[in-house]
Unconditional design. Structure first.
Ligand SMILES: *Cc1c(COP(=O)(O)O)cnc(C)c1O
Length: 233
């Protein structure tokens, strides 16, 4: 193996152990939590190594980079998760390669995503991104929890989109466990209304344990696997 492959293998092992320990601590089965490795800013050669190491799901947050990498790695059979802020004029193009779009936070995205899925001839899984910011906070991305029901209805009405659950990012400046506890409540209400939408994508390199403790089914881990991202973005 190359030095990079050794490094990624060791990091992946550490992250998988962290997930296993967090599941044990939460009294959950390890099989309940899937790992999405966030490969943004890292080259397709790394994606290829990760696929060799058994990674099945990768996440990207910028359309152009994601589109190019997905094309370069089309032979690997990976599931591509789009996790970034989404412009409505790019949404159809994202649905042409993403298997899961995790960052759907407004109704305006639904039509273009559905068109993109139609064009591809393939269903696309959708997660609604919910904001965990306290009311009145300077808004980061994500739908207000109060708007989820209407947004979910739009996704369900649209063709070729499958509503699978929720995604969230813990806000800066708050204990992630507190934010994820709020998310667990929002999710409980959401699953009551949408019993098939049980996916909960939450937790990153720094807070995956807290997320697993609050019911995450998918963690999105970048730097703990790939190393620090370049400072210039
Ligand atoms: C970059 C990113 C991640 C991964 O973050 P790390 O801290 O590197 O693990 C997870 N989720 C989203 C939405 C991201 O943009």
């Amino acid at each position: 193996m190359s030095a990079r492959a050794d490094e990624l293998a060791a990091n992946l092992d550490t992250v998988r152990r962290r997930i296993a320990t967090a599941c044990a601590d939460a009294g959950r089965d390890e099989g309940e939590v899937s790992l999405v490795v966030v490969t943004k800013f890292f080259p397709a050669t790394d994606v290829r190594i990760l696929a060799d190491l058994g990674v099945t799901d990768v996440g990207e947050n910028r359309h152009q980079e994601a589109e190019a990498k997905a094309a370069e790695c089309a032979d690997l059979g990976l599931r591509w998760h789009f996790i970034g802020g989404l412009q409505s004029n790019k949404a159809a193009a994202v649905a042409a390669y993403a298997d899961v779009v995790e960052s759907v936070d407004r109704a305006k995205l639904v039509g273009p995503l559905s068109r993109g899925a139609h064009g591809r001839g393939h269903d696309v899984d959708v997660l609604l991104q919910v904001s965990l910011d306290p009311p009145g906070a300077d808004h980061r991305s994500g739908a207000d929890p109060a708007d989820l029901a209407a947004l979910a209805a739009r996704v369900e009405e649209a063709g070729m989109l499958r509503l699978r659950g929720l995604m969230a990012v813990a806000p800066l400046g708050e204990d992630p466990a507190t934010a994820f506890a709020r998310l667990a409540e929002v999710r409980a209400g959401f699953v009551d209304d949408h019993p098939d939408a049980t996916v909960l994508s939450a937790g990153m390199s720094g807070d995956l344990e807290a997320a697993i403790g609050c019911g995450a089914t998918h963690v999105r881990v970048g730097s703990a696997v790939l190393g620090a991202r370049p400072a210039v973005q």
